[in-house]
Design a protein around this ligand. Structure first.
Ligand code: ATR
Length: 499
């Protein structure tokens, strides 16, 4: 079973021990980063190693990483290695030594196990197998390869290495960076010896490290195994996405053996799908910039998604890929909820002003025209508004012409008002009259300036947050056939968004 290991990077022995002792038992190992200690003289450093070996309360890897390998040790190379030898003789369970010096360190007759590591902070080199072989030949008990993944293709190569080699001898194979998160979370699924979880967001010792808390609480690391179903969000960038928090909470609430990951894919969408389908991928949320492009890799796309040329949900069943879109239904449900509160149902014949002409606007505009709403589309680039409006038989205008309309419904689909530019509003405040329905696609902050002013003027508001949760719930239901635990999804998302 893969272990969760937290690197401790404090600068003194006592705070390092405090950090170790503060960790729960689910963190089975720690990595003591000797190179972070700020202790000026060598004799004191030797004593520090002994104190750390005696004081730790769980198995530990002792590492003294030089600057050239991404560490902080600036001193003499011989002394660096002597401190590692001191850790071996003081009872360390593991030591980590870099490939190029691994021959100079032997665990001799001790019970200490030698991790031979290779790091590359620039790229994933083409010859991973060769590097693996080189590490193994240095008398390694465990091989560690940690390299930067620039895209998902690099991550897939690392997973392949782990799948091929991890079963026969212990291997730590990790891709660093945003694209590498799946290798960290899925170590138990592919037979990795351990994964590293950072002590906190601020104290990550490698790029892309997930905190131990998120590993345990969000990803349920110790529940992941060969049968765990894989889901995720494919985007670029992806780290800001709220979807992993929401969907993992939903899977946990329903007691499902499933995990949801962030997949950073720039190019190679097809190769990513092929690889992960082979690993057990069951469903994907799709977002910027892939909603349109991913349609080319589906076996079937439903009518609504084809109509608006955007797939936000992929379901993989019996080897077939189905594309659908939950944005539209979520938007119309959210709007209908507000219309009910405003006593404005049916929507038929109501006048709506839709701001924006991008992908989200296309989804909403399609839903609105299908509901018989009389639609005007306003956009910064008027040509885009015109194009969208003409495809739906709607009216259009520029942003400076909005004031002349008297809409019953106003919907913002632009990013105006989104964090950090929270002081902006996408429409003239004069349009926000009593009983007008005001809906915002922006969900961070939950109450945008637009919604706050609208609420103050007795408009009926519908938030992007409601819309966002609704599309996520729709995805969960599409994949699992179960009712989504909306309340839990909402709660975890709210926790993340609230400052
Ligand atoms: P999405 O798929 O989320 O709708 P998009 O296709 O990039 O994203 O569309 C973004 C929309 O927000 C567009 O309508 C864009 O206007 P342009 O077509 O003129 O680019 C609009 N938008 C983005 N930033 C804006 C800003 N600062 N002011 C006004 N409109 C903005």
């Amino acid at each position: 079973m893969s272990k969760l290991c937290v690197p401790v990077t404090d600068t003194s022995v006592s705070s390092m021990l405090d950090s170790i002792h503060s960790l729960p038992p689910e963190v089975e190992m720690v990595e003591v980063r000797l190179d972070y200690l700020q202790i000026p003289d060598y004799q004191s450093l030797e004593r520090a190693v002994v104190r750390l070996c005696r004081g730790k309360d769980r198995p530990a890897i002792f590492t003294n990483r030089p600057i050239r390998s991404g560490g902080r040790w600036e001193g003499d190379e011989g002394r660096r290695l002597d401190l590692i030898r001191r850790a071996i003789s003081s009872g360390a369970e593991f030591i980590d030594v870099e490939l190029e010096v691994a021959d100079r360190i032997s665990c001799g007759g001790s019970s200490c196990r030698k991790i031979v590591s290779y790091h590359n902070f620039k790229c994933t080199p083409p010859d991973l197998q060769k590097i693996y072989g080189q590490c193994q030949r240095r008398d390694a008990d465990i091989v560690k390869i940690a390299v930067l993944a620039n895209d998902m293709a690099d991550t897939v190569r690392m997973i392949e290495l782990l799948r091929e080699r991890g079963a026969s001898s212990p291997l730590i194979a990790l891709s660093m960076g945003e694209a590498g998160v799946p290798t960290r979370v899925l170590a138990p699924r592919f037979g990795g010896f351990l994964t590293y979880g950072s002590y906190s967001d601020e104290r990550a010792s490698a790029p892309g490290q997930v905190t131990w808390k998120s590993m345990l609480d969000m990803y349920r690391f110790h529940n992941i195994g060969p049968d765990t179903a894989l889901y995720g969000v494919v985007a670029n960038p992806v780290m800001h996405s709220m979807s992993p928090v929401i969907h993992n909470a939903a899977f946990a609430e329903c007691g499902m053996n499933a995990v949801y990951l962030p997949f950073k894919v720039a190019d190679g969408l097809g190769d990513f799908l092929d690889a992960f389908q082979n690993y057990g991928l069951k469903g994907l949320s799709v977002t910027i910039p892939h909603k349109e492009k991913i349609m080319g890799f589906m076996d079937e796309v439903d009518d609504m998604a084809s109509n608006i040329c955007a797939v936000n949900t992929v379901t993989i069943r019996d080897g077939m890929r189905y594309g659908s879109n939950t944005d539209v239904e979520a938007a119309i449900d959210t709007l209908r909820g507000a219309a009910k509160r405003a006593d404005m149902l049916p929507l038929d014949g109501r006048r709506a002003l839709l701001v924006g002409a991008g992908g989200a606007a296309r989804a909403v505009a399609t839903a609105l025209t299908e509901s018989g709403v009389v639609l005007t589309i306003a956009n910064r680039t008027v040509g885009r508004a015109q194009e969208l409006a003409q495809s739906l038989g709607a009216d259009f205008c520029g942003l400076d012409e909005m004031e002349q309309y008297e809409p019953d419904i106003i919907i913002n689909t632009t990013s105006v008002g989104m964090y950090p530019e929270v002081d902006r509003i996408p429409v003239p405040a004069s349009l926000l009259r009593k009983n007008v329905i005001v809906m915002d696609a922006v969900y961070n902050p939950i109450e945008t300036k637009l919604l706050r002013i609208a609420r103050g003027r007795d408009c009926v508001t519908a938030s992007g947050f409601e819309w966002f949760i609704s599309q996520a719930a729709g995805q969960f239901e599409t994949w699992t056939g179960r009712r989504a635990p909306r309340k839990v999804m909402e709660e975890v998302a709210r926790e993340r968004l609230q400052p």
